[in-house]
Design a protein around this ligand. Structure first.
Ligand SMILES: [Zn+2]
Ligand SMILES: [Zn+2]
Length: 317
């Protein structure tokens, strides 16, 4: 576990410089911005890159600290589209090592460096993240060394500080918020973590990809916002029919994810104030909000929304 005070010791000087670099045109008046907010950057599940929803990624901002949860393909572009300078990202949490959650992890930090990153980014994720970080820098060694020498840029490698998570519990604690990890099954992956953000404006839980897991409802008990993945069961057959690996893919979807009906059960058992469906599967076939909602409503009668890319949710809800 790291405490933010320790991180500040590392980044105190660089932090001021980075903030000053935010272009004035993108800065928003302090009064217009909530203290805590979630921005849904990419809301479809799976690795296919298409023209509709972007691949999985979320931002939570807590009293000025910007944290990215999952780095599916497109996360850098979606942050730019949300007018969030990449250089202002402070922490990255990866839920698991499926590519729709980590494919742009290194590139996000690279892209931040390309736009002037000068403060450390701390990343957290299941076992393998530290190795992936090291390998990423090796993969891009030629370009980085060239730009350092040729363009006078700082070395980005010390600016990304990765930490593998191997157990449930508090991962990061600051004066403003606490992040707690919770392992949840996503067969065949077992190193897979839901994350709870306890903030002054409420508690937010991101489910990660997960099989239907009643224990997740205990972890999310009383949360203000539960962002849960969702599978629209009637469309699994349609999805399966159009790809060569259909039968195996269909089996994976049903055994590794949670149907919208079962998401409703989790939300009811947890007693959350607001349920948000994201990581929608299928996300590239036109399932309407009404269809998603009707499936959840079989087991949940509270407030809910179906996330869309670049939707902003201010807290408290
Ligand atoms: Zn996924
Ligand atoms: Zn997954």
């Amino acid at each position: 576990m790291l405490h933010r005070r320790d991180l500040l010791k590392i980044s105190a000087l660089g932090g001021v410089a980075a903030l000053a670099k935010i272009p004035a045109a993108r800065a928003q008046p302090a009064t217009a911005k909530p203290r805590t907010r979630i921005v849904f950057l990419g809301t479809k599940g799976g690795p296919r890159v298409e023209t509709g929803r972007s691949n999985p990624a979320n931002l939570i901002e807590i009293n000025g600290t910007r944290i990215v949860i999952d780095c599916g393909m497109g996360v850098s572009h979606q942050l730019a589209a949300a007018h969030i300078p990449l250089t202002t990202v402070k922490d990255i949490f990866i839920s698991h090592h499926h590519s729709d959650h980590n494919l742009e992890y290194g590139n996000l930090v690279y892209n931040a460096w390309a736009t002037g990153l000068s403060t450390p980014i701390h990343s957290f994720g299941p076992k393998g993240l530290e190795a992936m970080t090291k390998t990423y820098w090796e993969l891009n060694k030629f370009d980085i060394d060239t730009r350092i020498a040729d363009e006078g840029r700082p070395d980005p490698r010390p600016l990304l500080i990765a930490k593998d998570i191997d157990a449930d519990g508090v991962v990061l604690k600051t004066d403003d918020f606490t992040v707690t990890a919770f392992r949840t099954p996503h067969p065949p992956i077992t190193d897979n973590f839901a994350y709870k953000f306890t903030t002054p404006d409420g508690t937010v839980v991101f489910s990660s990809d997960t099989d239907y897991n009643p224990k997740l409802a205990e972890f999310a008990k009383g949360a203000d916002v539960l962002v849960h993945e969702a599978l629209y069961a009637p469309f699994v057959d349609k999805l399966v029919a159009r790809v060569k690996n259909g039968a195996t893919l269909g089996k994976h979807l049903l055994e590794s994810h949670t149907t919208a009906e079962d998401v409703g059960k989790i939300a009811t058992a947890a007693g959350v104030k607001l349920l948000v469906l994201s990581h929608l599967v299928p996300g590239d076939i036109d399932v309407t909000d009404e269809q998603w909602t009707a499936a959840v409503r079989k087991n949940y009668s509270g407030k809910m929304i179906v996330a869309k890319d670049l939707m902003e949710l201010p807290l408290p809800v």
